[in-house]
Design a protein around this ligand. Structure first.
Ligand code: PLP
Length: 422
C-alpha cells in the first residue's frame, strides 16, 4: 500500500489554541453563557467551572458590576493610548492602586494586554537594565524546568515544558535562555556558576508552578532562588500571572513566600478575565535611571496600542473593589483548608500518586495506568470542568466565589470516576 496523505479535516474558521485539531474537531464545547461558578454550553449543558477557565475567573462569571464598569467607561472614552505625552485617567488610577498593593516598595507599573505580554516586557526590561548599566554580557534569562510563562516569543523561549519550546528551528526562538531545577536549590546554584553570573540577566519563576502540574515550592526553595539572585546580580522576575490578586489567600504569593521581586508580572486575576490586561511591577533600581532629569536619560522602547487600555483598567479597578467588598482573600484561605483536606482523602486511592494544594490551586497526580485527559473528559460528562496538566495531573482551581459544597461535590465526582477505574 502506498503511503496515503491523511485527509484535511473541515472545521470552523476559528483555529483553536493549544489544540491537537483532529482530536478536538467535532467535539468542541461551545460556551454560550456563564453565571457565577457555572458555564452553559450551546446545547444547554451546565458545567461547574472547576478551573476558573484558565485560572482567571476569580470573582465568578458574568458579574453585572464589571459589565457596568466597562459600559460606563466605553461611553466616556473607550481608550486612548499612553505613548509619549498621552495618558488616560483610568490607567493612571489603576497604576496607583497596583503600586499601593505591590509587594515591591515604590513600584512603577507597566500595563499591557496579558500574561505573555508581561513576560516579554519583563525579559526585555531585564536585559535593557544590564545593557544600560554597562554590563553587556548579562543577557541570558533563566527559567525553571516545567515552567509556563505564556507563548509569546519570550514565553516560548523560556518555557520549561519542552513541547512549548520545540519546533522553531533552534534551541529557542529568542537565544540566550537556560533552565534550572525546580526542586533542588543546590542544582540551581551549580547551573548559575556554570553559565556564569556575568552572562545572566534574570531568573523568571512562578511561585507555584501552574501549567507544569500545580507544584508548590519546596520549603526554602524560593528563598534560595532569591538569595542566589541577590548574590549574583541576577534580577528576580516573579511571575504572578496565576497567583496574583488573591489565589493564594494573599494579594500576591510574593507576600506568602516573603519574596522581594525586582520585576513582578501579573494578568488574569487583575480583571478576573473580564478584559484582557496584564503588566509588570517594576522596582526602583530598575525604573529610576529612566526617570532622571537629564537629556541623556534613556527611553525604554516598549509599548503597544492597548497598553493602559482605559476600559480594561476601569474593569480592573472594579474587580479589585469586588475582591475587597466580597472579602474574597480570607475566603480563599478557608477554601484552601477545605480543598486540602478533601484532596488528601484521595491519597488512599491506588489511582492517585500525589495531591498538592497551595491557596485555591489543587493538583491530583494519577497513576500511570490512568490518563488525566480521559479522567477530565469523564468529569465533563458528570458536569465538572477540570483540566489535564503535565505529569498526569488534574487541575482544580475554581473561582473564589465557590461554595464548600461545590468543592466537595467536585472531589466526590472525581473520586467516583476513579473508583470506576479500579
Ligand atoms: N505566566 C503564567 C504563570 C501563566 O500561567 C500564564 C498563562 O496561563 C502566562 C504567563 C501567560 O498569560 P496569558 O495567557 O495571559 O498570555
Amino acid at each position: 500500500m502506498p503511503n496515503e496523505t491523511p485527509p484535511v479535516l473541515d472545521g470552523p474558521a476559528l483555529w483553536s489554541a493549544q489544540a491537537h485539531l483532529p482530536s478536538v474537531l467535532g467535539r468542541q464545547l461551545v460556551i454560550e453563557r456563564g453565571e457565577g461558578c457555572y458555564i452553559y454550553t450551546r446545547e444547554g449543558r451546565r458545567l461547574f467551572d472547576g478551573t476558573a477557565g484558565l485560572w482567571h475567573a476569580n470573582v465568578g462569571h458574568s458579574r453585572p458590576e464589571l459589565a457596568e464598569a466597562a459600559y460606563q467607561q466605553m461611553q466616556q472614552l473607550e481608550t486612548y493610548h499612553i505613548f509619549g505625552r498621552y495618558v488616560n485617567d483610568r490607567a493612571l488610577e489603576l497604576a496607583e492602586r497596583l503600586a499601593a498593593l505591590s509587594p515591591i516598595a515604590d513600584a512603577k507599573v507597566i500595563l499591557n494586554s496579558g500574561g505573555s505580554d508581561a513576560i516579554d516586557v519583563a525579559c526585555k526590561l531585564a536585559r535593557r537594565h544590564w545593557q544600560r548599566e554597562g554590563r553587556p554580557t548579562k543577557t541570558i534569562v533563566l527559567s525553571r524546568e516545567f515552567a509556563y510563562h505564556g507563548l509569546h516569543a519570550y514565553g516560548t523561549s523560556i518555557a520549561g515544558l519542552d513541547f512549548n519550546r520545540a519546533g522553531y528551528g533552534s534551541e529557542s526562538l529568542v537565544p540566550e535562555t537556560a533552565r534550572v531545577s525546580t526542586y533542588d536549590i543546590a542544582a540551581v546554584e551549580r547551573t548559575v556558576n556554570e553559565i556564569g553570573a556575568d552572562n545572566i540577566a534574570a531568573l523568571v519563576a512562578e511561585p507555584i508552578q501552574g501549567t507544569g502540574g500545580v507544584i508548590p515550592p519546596a520549603p526554602g526553595y524560593l528563598e534560595g532562588l532569591q538569595r542566589i539572585c541577590r548574590e549574583n546580580d541576577i534580577l528576580l522576575v516573579v511571575d504572578e500571572v496565576i497567583t496574583g490578586f488573591g489565589r493564594t489567600g494573599h494579594m500576591f504569593a510574593s507576600e506568602r513566600y516573603r519574596l522581594k521581586p525586582d520585576l513582578l508580572t501579573f494578568a488574569k486575576g487583575v480583571t478576573s478575565g473580564y478584559a484582557p490586561l496584564g503588566g509588570v511591577l517594576v522596582a526602583p533600581e530598575i525604573w529610576q535611571p529612566f526617570y532622571r532629569d537629564n537629556s541623556e536619560t534613556p527611553i525604554f522602547r516598549h509599548g503597544a496600542t492597548y497598553a493602559g487600555h482605559a476600559t480594561a483598567s476601569a474593569v480592573a479597578l472594579r474587580n479589585l473593589d469586588l475582591l475587597e467588598q466580597d472579602k474574597l482573600l480570607p475566603r480563599v484561605s478557608e477554601l484552601e483548608t477545605l480543598l486540602s483536606s478533601e484532596l488528601t482523602r484521595l491519597q488512599s486511592y491506588d489511582a492517585v500518586t500525589d495531591t498538592r494544594v497551595a491557596g485555591l490551586l489543587g493538583g491530583v497526580t494519577l497513576a500511570e495506568h490512568l490518563s488525566a485527559e480521559a479522567i477530565t473528559d469523564q468529569l465533563i460528562e458528570r458536569g465538572f470542568i477540570t483540566r489535564p496538566l503535565r505529569g498526569n495531573t488534574v487541575q482544580i482551581s475554581p473561582p473564589f466565589t465557590t461554595t464548600d459544597d461545590e468543592i466537595k461535590q467536585l472531589v466526590e465526582a472525581l473520586s467516583d470516576v476513579l473508583t470506576e477505574q479500579e
